[in-house]
Design a protein. Sequence first.
Lengths: 431, 373
Amino acid sequence: QTKCFFYRSHIGEQGEGARAVPLAGHVGFDSMPDQLVNKSVNHGFCFNILCVGETGLGKSTLMDTLFNTKFEGEPTQHNQPGVTLKSNTYELQESNVRLKLTVVNTVGFGDQINKEDSYKSIVEFIDAQFEAYLQEELKIKRTLHSYHDTRIHACLYFIAPTGHSLKSLDLVTMKKLDSKVNIIPIVAKSDAISKSELAKFKIKITSELVSNGVQIYQFPTDDESVAEINSTMNSHLPFAVVGSTEEVKIGNKMVKARQYPWGTVQVENENHCDFVKLREMLIRVNMEDLREQTHTRHYELYRRCKLEEMGFKDTDPDSKPFSLQETYEAKRNEFMGELQKKEEEMRQMFVQRVKEKEAELKEAEKELHEKFDRLKKLHQDEKKKVEDKKKSLDDELNMFKQKKTAAELLHNQAQQAGGSTTLKRDKERKK
Amino acid sequence: HCGATGGEGGLVGGGGYMKWLEVNSSYSSSAMSEAVVPDATVSPAAGGPYGEKAGGPGVDFSYVGIDAILEQMRRKAMKQGFELNIMVVGQSGLGKSTLMNTLFKSKVSRKSVLATAQEKIPKTIEIKSVSHDIEEKGVRMKLTVIDTPGFGDQINNENCWQPIMKFINDQYEAYLQEEININRKKRIPDSRVHCCIYFIPPTGHCLRPLDVEFMRRLSKVVNIVPVIAKADTLTLEERDFFKKKIREELRANGIDVYPQKEFDEDAEDRMINEKIREMIPFAVVGSDQEYQVNGRRLLGRKTKWGTIEVENIAHCEFAYLRDLLIRTHMQNIKDITSSIHYEMYRVRRLNENNTVVAHANGVPEHHLAAHEM
């Protein structure tokens, strides 16, 4: 027999009756954040970025610029029919931090004549990563802490620098993605737009996103240490970026830039473009929040929908202990039942087909028999005809023979009766 | 750790360097093309390993800022706070509450009230769980101390570990239930017992059968940290002898106490943990009274023959215990609980339902492992 007493007080986030106890000296658990960080450092980090945008908007170049390295050997082949997603994983290290970075690129997005289904392969890809994680989470023997997380943490949406407004493809795609991934819209190749046009463009884009109800990622403002910078940056969205891995000498420094006859666009110059803002937000300030939002919001939503789709329900607390097992079992029986039904159907179909074939064959056989009979009859008729003919010929022959015999007999009789007849004849002949 | 985040130029002094390897690359497409894996190459993109331009005029430290994630994690941890659940098990009068109060330098555990003779010995084992919010240098922690009054106090102590095992498993169960919910909380409240401190009476000889039985069973479901209680009754020689004997007995009975050998992650871990394994069980003395010693105020126990300084490692091993539990291995204790003990419980639990169902359906068990969702 056990008596359990629970006196619980909660961490005072909502300030509900927290029972704080003062410490009389240094205990030492202030090292916990360090312990946690050390563990993560040993473990390494994972970050996955998806770049969505039409061909030629500089997605690969921007990734190279962001992470200060040349990711790919050759430029992508653009010869596949639909929209394909190409994913590459790299291990980067900076001081003691090891990062497993996965960059996923959409190849052929916006190239098709009919773009209605363009967003589909992107959504499928994102869902597939959620599914893989869900499968791992639901396994009986699982290894979540060493699982290579491939879920997309940030989606950089590249907007073409037209200067006018968003394309309908952009709106449709972003609307389909906003509940599945953190979207950060950026204006690509923004050195093609003048400063004043850019300001108008940004306003237009933002208002179109709002009026179409597209939820883009907001940099979090609940933590005072970063609230200010994040809310400032939120107002600069979408970031107008320029990417370049080539370097140009400005003054006595080598900087990343794009050189034109009329001037040089410096990538890391905040007056020229928002690249530094993007890098700051994406990597240096909010990488962890992006990962957390993906896990606690987007993944949970996917998981909830998927489980509900499969027929699972949270039942009331009393029957909870077994509801999941029972549902598993029910699902399994259902599945087996369906399998059996399908099997039965297939068997029926097979039997049916066999019968039909058999009937066909019988039919054919019958025809053959009939043909055979017909031919046989024909043959017999012919034979009969021929035999008849033969008979009649034989008869004729016989008659002829008879006649011949009779004639010979007569002839012989005539010879014996009077050779004179013959002589007479001869004489007549001689005359 | 690289210092300030870059401003306009993104140039930061101090050794951030980039090196990369291409690990793998895969194609996934609606047209189902074949996966192409290019050769893994290692070639720094921009000159030498320190990001210097080979032969360039100025040294350009190409700092990306990936290591800023450490700071981001720290911020998040500070904001969320931590949870720690410690259980103390041992007979009455071994100083469990005092030790807890000494460890956390506050009244986190109520000493059992000295009641009348009738009330004193509980008829059954109780499980008392008390939570407190404590804060140190901006780090907030919800500490839950789980006391087990009545353990080992009866004449017949058979199965006295049962209610404790049940409690531990109930916490795992509660976590599992929340985890398999469809609508689940953002942060699942963690009431799982991270660590169970087992108090060994300072007899100086060997472990009692009760001690062996309890630790044998519970080391399979929870991290056990055995301590020699009230160690100020043992001389140093007696203490060393006792410890050696205990270690032998633990080994002989196959009892794996924390830190368990099989969970050492790498050589560095093993080295650190081996040192600890050679020292356990820690011989501890607890006190919440301060005394003046050599001009300093120290926690201690004052006797006629001297003052035992609790935090002095020449006197007792309290400081080692504190360092292990709180300052160095707290995260590790929680990790082992969640990724090993809890997972084992989960596997058992999910399998036992499958078995029940399987037998009902006449399906042999080995088919079930494959049939996951």
